[in-house]
Every structure is written in structure tokens, then in C-alpha cells.
Design a protein around this ligand. Structure first.
Ligand code: GUN
Length: 285
């Protein structure tokens, strides 16, 4: 029997409906409209699409978004100056600098310059530290999306063996920390390019999360029958958008699986809205 699909699009819609209500209550009680500043440097086509979609999502729930569309030639000093202005601007609650940045700009330096209180991506070292210490200020968007997909579909996490493929700062590393924490209580294995006999490890997973950015990398033979497979990959190929998991083969083995598109992606964007409302609450209280 093919796997049950985990519908991220539908779940994202449900959460947006909840959020729209929360935003309306927030502004209805006299607070200002939560505002996200989105900074885009250069004209990477994928980044342009991501930022456009994020701004569209804001509109749907009553969050204001402002776009700062800077030229490819922007220097690091110019970008830091712009971030400083946004840090000082009391009308702005969340700041998002879309990655990747042009080569002349050091992303680490830029992400550290964003006020940790306005860091709705949760990339600032202070926010990463708080997350590791189990007292998060904001949860990073993609790991939060994966967690919500599991929790809201009532898939057990406690005591389960979660195998994560990919140790990026944005997905694998923070997700491994979150799922292992008290309350969620998973047993986590974090795999990467040097992992020996990766298929033997992934076959141990009750929940397999794949975030390495390689199209169709995980195949059916790497999955334990009945496992939950969460595909974080978004790869643009000649065949269109595909995930990191070979969907057609793997769905015949897995118990639950996310499609690409329509799985983790839409939920990741919603988590940015959750953090922007949370930032507004924090800054306006
Ligand atoms: N580029 C790819 N993913 C992300 C993300 O989650 N946040 C930002 N700011 N840029 C990205």
C-alpha cells in the first residue's frame, strides 16, 4: 500500500487561518501591524521567487512586509548600514536577509548584525545558543516546519529513531537539537557526506529527514518499511522541482511521506509569519 501523504500545503493553510485571527486580535487591541523587512541583494531568480512568496504569505495573514531590493554590487558596509537602520526602526519587527548573498559579502557578519530580537530566521548566534540551551527565542523556520508536520499529523516522536541526512546550519543541525530535546525526546542520528554505509543507517530510521540538496538522493532501498519520510529538498532540474527523495519508489515503502512541492516548503514560509508575530509581540510589550 503506498504511503500516506503529509500535506504541507493544507497544514500551512490551517496555520495561516489561525495566524490571521491572532494578528487581527493583536492589532485590534491597539498594537501596530506586525512588520517584516525583507532584504534581497542581487537578482538570484530562486531568491526572488522565495521573497515574493514570503511577502505574499504576509499579506494573507495581515502582516505588513517591506522589500529592500538592493543591487548585486552592494558592498558589505552598505548592507550593514541598511541593517542598522532596520534594527533602529521601531516600525520594523522582523528582519530577513535572503541568502545566498553576493560573493563580496560575508553572510556570517551580516547575520550577526541583525538585532537578535528581530532575527525571525533565528540564524543569529545568540538565538542559536538559546535554542541549544532549550530556551528558544525563535525557532528556525524549516526545522519548526518539520516538527509541526510530525506533531500536527500526530506521528509519534518520543523514543523514535530520527535519522537526519544533512548537517547544515539552517536545517540538519538545529533540527537534530530540537527533536532530541526534552519534551520531543527523539533519538537522533545526524548523517553527512562522511557517514559510512549511509543506507544501513537510514534503514534504521523510524523518521527519516533528508536535507542535502541532491535530487532523488534517497531511494526506496534506503528506507525501512513503514517509516515516515520527510523531504526538505527543493531541487530545480530539467524535470521540474524535485526533492532529495525519489518519491515514486519511496512512497511504495514508507508509511508516510511528504511530496515536493507541497510538503515542507509551504510550512517553512508559515513559520516565518509565526516568528514575525512573535517578534512584534515581544517588541511591543
Ligand atoms: N535562503 C534559503 N533558505 C533561506 C532561509 O530560510 N532564510 C533566508 N533568509 N534565506 C534563505
Amino acid at each position: 500500500m503506498p504511503a500516506i501523504l503529509l500535506d504541507g500545503k493544507k497544514l500551512a493553510q490551517d496555520i495561516r487561518t489561525e495566524l490571521a485571527e491572532e494578528v487581527a486580535q493583536f492589532t485590534g487591541s491597539g498594537s501596530p501591524v506586525p512588520t517584516l523587512a525583507a532584504v534581497l541583494v542581487g537578482s538570484d531568480p530562486a531568491s526572488e521567487v522565495y521573497v515574493r512568496n514570503k511577502r505574499r504569505d504576509c499579506e494573507k495573514v495581515g502582516i505588513r512586509s517591506e522589500l529592500f531590493d538592493l543591487p548585486e554590487s552592494t558592498s558589505q558596509a552598505e548592507l550593514l548600514e541598511r541593517i542598522d537602520e532596520l534594527n533602529q526602526n521601531t516600525e520594523v519587527h522582523g528582519i530577513l536577509v535572503q541568502l545566498p548573498l553576493p560573493a563580496q559579502i560575508d553572510p556570517e557578519c551580516v547575520l550577526q548584525a541583525i538585532s537578535p530580537l528581530k532575527d525571525v530566521d533565528a540564524f543569529h548566534p545568540e538565538n542559536v545558543g538559546l535554542l541549544v540551551q532549550a530556551r528558544p527565542r525563535y525557532l528556525p523556520c524549516t526545522p519548526h516546519a518539520v516538527q509541526q508536520l510530525l506533531v500536527r499529523n500526530e506521528l509519534p516522536i518520543s523514543g523514535q529513531h530520527v535519522v537526519i541526512v544533512g548537517r547544515s546550519d539552517i536545517v540538519g543541525k538545529p533540527l537534530s537539537v530540537m527533536l532530541a530535546q526534552r519534551g520531543l525526546d527523539a533519538t537522533v542520528t545526524l548523517c553527512h557526506s562522511r557517514t559510512q554505509d549511509l543506507p544501513a543507517v537510514t534503514r534504521l530510521a523510524d523518521i527519516l529527514v533528508v536535507a542535502i540538496g541532491r535530487p532523488n538522493f534517497v531511494t526506496a532501498d534506503m528506507v525501512k518499511p513503514g517509516a515516515t519520510v520527510i523531504d526538505v529538498g527543493i531541487n530545480r532540474t530539467d524535470a521540474g522541482l524535485v526533492g532529495d527523495v525519489d518519491f515514486s519508489g519511496t512512497r511504495e515503502v514508507a508509511g508516510h511521506i511528504t511530496p515536493v512541492p507541497g510538503g515542507v516548503g509551504p510550512l517553512t514560509r508559515v513559520m516565518l509569519l509565526v516568528n514575525t508575530l512573535s517578534a512584534a509581540r515581544r517588541l511591543e510589550s
